[in-house]
Design a binder for this molecule. Structure first.
Ligand code: LLP
Length: 418
């Protein structure tokens, strides 16, 4: 029996159950999308991306702060179509490598709107950034300072990345604000870095950057980090990083974009002064909830558990395996349900379990499974394990579906062989 319960709030904005009883994303029936583009596929509600981008901008305006920039952390969903949406919405772009810089420029961002990050950039990466005219280069360590000073031939605006010794509650692998982090300079070292930069006229120190970690679902650590950098000096620019968490499960909540921006603006006004240029680098909060992954059930098995195996897995979503990340799922034409199953992938190892305790409506081979909240770091960390081609990215808007990244082919798997 199909359940009539409403869909979880973690689905893309505008998702609904249509008259046929099927899940519809961006006005597109997911059964039709699967029929047309195959499975697995990342299905993106384009309007959801735009709405969240606008929510960040509006939230700054509502908080009474006009000198700001919202910078998309492109590592979360480095597809030029997704990046292009944020370029159109007037955001800047955070790139963590020369490759992401290449993607951002291809997506339509102006070089001056890019912020380059990294803890291990070689000469070539800096040269490419300098040649392109990247707006801000964030310096992570003393080697960065020496390397960029050697390579720069004209004035280059830079920020210094600080590790504020603040730990938000999140998975260890994605926590970066603690003193023992591989990113940034500690509070003492950064004072020395500031002194060094004063003696290098071509490197124009505009301000301070921190990023305390990812998927943080409380606001206090962001305020604590602002407090920690407040006495480093008086700079025109503060880049407060990304990190705002999102709900993955129906039972989870996260601060709203409005509450997050309100809190950081209030803390910045109080601790840094009201006249600072504030940058933020959201990734997950812009893209996670706007995407669902669709899979087809290929086989089932009953032993100690009930196993439901789909045509994807750890090649399209590594997050359950890397971080123990939890997801929920529905069958596209029978959302809800009470059958407890282990939703597993097609890969050759036991760790390839997407959801350990999925509740589905009496799943059968051939069913279309929908896993919401796969927009952040899904496509980004997809891989070809077991020779599985990576899925396409499908944009859905006003009932129109279009592929913006095609499915990989078997020929793609051998395309680099010499
Ligand atoms: N800024 C910097 C400097 C970052 O390193 C990151 C993420 C962000 C911004 C964006 O953070 P967000 O708003 O998305 O939390 N692969 C992991 C997440 C790694 C985060 C890396 N840095 C995952 O799937 O959870």
């Amino acid at each position: 029996m199909a359940s009539t319960q409403a869909l979880s709030h973690v689905y893309p904005l505008g998702t609904r159950i249509n008259d046929a009883g099927h899940i519809e994303v961006g006005g597109c029936d997911l059964l039709d999308v699967a029929e047309r583009f195959g499975t697995p596929a990342y299905v993106v509600a384009e309007d959801d991306l735009r709405a969240r981008a606008r929510a960040f901008v509006t939230a700054f305006e509502a908080a009474g702060h006009t000198d700001f920039r919202v910078i998309f952390a492109s590592k979360t969903f480095p597809a030029t179509a997704v990046m292009g949406v944020f370029a159109q919405e007037g955001l800047g772009c955070d790139v963590a490598s020369a490759g992401e810089q290449h993607l951002a420029l291809a997506a339509g961002f102006a070089p001056r709107d890019l912020v380059l990050h990294g803890n291990a950039r070689d000469d070539q990466e800096f040269e490419l950034a300098l040649r392109a005219g990247v707006g801000l280069i964030v310096l992570d360590n003393f080697d960065d300072i020496a390397r960029l000073a050697r390579l720069a031939s004209g004035p280059q605006p830079v920020l210094l990345r600080v590790t504020p010794d603040v730990r938000g509650e999140t998975h260890d692998k994605i926590s970066t604000g603690q003193a023992d982090s591989k990113f940034g300079l500690g509070l003492d070292d950064v004072r020395e870095a500031i002194r060094q930069l004063e003696r290098i006229p071509l490197l124009d120190l505009r301000g301070i950057h921190f990023h305390i970690g990812s998927n943080i679902r409380e606001l206090t650590p962001f305020r604590d980090a602002i407090a920690a950098v407040a006495d480093l000096g008086d700079f025109p620019v503060y880049d407060l990083g990304g990190g705002l968490g999102v709900p993955y499960l129906a039972c989870e909540a996260a601060p709203s974009i409005e509450d997050y921006v309100g809190e950081i603006v209030a803390a910045a006004h109080e601790l840094l002064g009201p006249d600072k240029r504030l940058l933020i680098e959201p990734g997950r909060a812009l893209v996670a909830n706007g995407t669902v992954t669709i899979y087809r059930v290929v086989s089932m098995k009953q032993n100690v558990s009930t196993w439901v195996a789909v045509d994807g897995g750890m090649s399209d979503n590594l997050r359950p395996m890397l971080y123990g990340a939890r997801y929920e799922a529905d069958i596209a034409d029978r959302p809800g349900g009470e059958t407890r199953v282990r939703l597993t992938g097609k890969h050759c190892e036991s760790g390839d379990v997407l959801i350990d305790d999925a509740l589905l409506d009496e799943p059968r081979v051939g069913d279309l499974i929908v896993v919401p909240v796969t927009g952040a770091y899904g496509h980004a960390m997809a891989n070809n394990y077991n020779g599985v081609p990576r899925p396409p990215v499908i944009f859905c808007r006003d009932g129109e579906a279009r592929a913006v990244v095609r499915r990989e082919s078997f020929d793609d798997l051998t395309a680099r062989d010499l």
